[in-house]
Ligand binder design. Structure first.
Ligand code: BV8
Ligand code: ZN
Length: 252
């Protein structure tokens, strides 16, 4: 894919020490994972407050579990796309690199990214609301599933109104506030506090790059907006990084 790179962006790619990539549902769209707010969006058929909240789960565990099992079915069959794989290679070219994701699909790790800051948990993991025990069964003897301790199992994701994992959020905020380039990839920039990371990066003096099919809430604070598919744009950016930087000797 031929992309026009501004001199400012090229200069940033040449000189940056620390880079953050922050992804949303759009980075997984080309793998076949439905996004939340796009045309095929998950929220089209359902409403977030009806399903992705602890209250909804308590009121109707059967319905909430059916929705997660439906999404797990989709995610179980799909593979990372070229966008995920391009991100895997980026850390080799920078002294400091952090990957943050709002996604719960596990595709960054499946592609080979070693250290992923998962702000909203992982849909393929279960957590017991009573003992906090984690498990990765996808099939259950009874439905909605119950833990060995007798407590109710839930998907290990962060629901609306729930706190994000403190360590993940702290790492994400620290990296965003101090990086030289902040890539916002495939997110509508609506859900907080994840969406706030781009503002933190901007305030910290980072060069903010947005990759999205269309403009979003974050476009007006971005220094560069690449309109198009992340599965095509990220590999093109990786090729440019390779041509303007040698692999960072501090990285194996
Ligand atoms: C909390 C896990 C507080 C579950 C998710 C009013 C104002 C501000 C905030 C709030 C408010 N009212 C409530 C809040 C807080 C709320 C929130 O932000 N609400 C929003 C809706 C306004 N946030 C919370 O509740 C968070 N917790 O705030 O706690 C608190 C404080 C004290 C004490 C207790 C609590 C928790 C939020 C986490 C919710 N969980 N996921 C699950 O997945 O089932 S959110 C879920 O939606 C995702 O994880 C993700 O974060 C979000 C989806 O957003 P995106 O990833 O951006 O996806 P979207 O579809 O929107 O956009 C896709 C983009 O990709 C589009 O722009 C599209 O153009 C683009 N795209 C598509 N294809 C491609 C592409 N781009 C490139 N290439 C392509 N091929
Ligand atoms: Zn338990």
């Amino acid at each position: 894919m031929d992309i026009a790179f501004s001199d400012r962006f090229l200069n940033m790619l040449k000189t940056a020490r620390s880079v953050v990539v922050s992804t949303g549902a759009g980075v997984s769209a080309e793998s076949g994972v439905p996004t939340f707010r796009g045309a095929d969006g998950l929220w089209k058929k359902f409403r977030p407050e009806e399903l992705a909240t602890f209250e909804a789960f308590q009121a109707n565990p059967q319905i909430v579990w059916e929705w997660y099992q439906y999404r797990r079915e989709i995610i179980h069959k799909i593979k990372p796309n070229p966008g995920h794989y391009a991100i895997v290679r980026m850390p080799e070219y920078f002294e400091s690199f952090d990957l943050i994701t709002q996604n719960v699909d596990g595709l960054h790790r499946a592609a080979g990214s070693l250290d992923v800051i998962e702000l909203h948990g992982n849909i393929m993991r279960n957590k017991c609301v009573a003992c906090g025990g984690l498990s990765d069964d996808l099939e259950f003897a009874q439905f909605p599933p119950i833990c060995k301790c007798g407590g109710r199992l839930r998907p290990d994701v962060v629901w609306f109104g729930e706190m994000l994992p403190a360590d993940a959020l702290e790492r994400a905020e620290k990296a965003s506030a101090s990086c030289d380039i902040f890539f916002s990839v495939g997110t509508s920039g609506v859900v907080q506090p994840a969406a706030g990371l781009a503002y933190m990066a901007r305030r910290g003096g980072a060069f903010v790059v947005e990759i999205n099919l269309e403009p979003t809430e974050l476009t007006y604070i971005s220094d560069e907006h690449f309109g198009g598919k992340s599965g095509e744009i990220l590999p093109a950016i990786l090729e440019k990084i390779k041509s303007v930087r040698s692999r960072s000797l501090t990285k194996s």
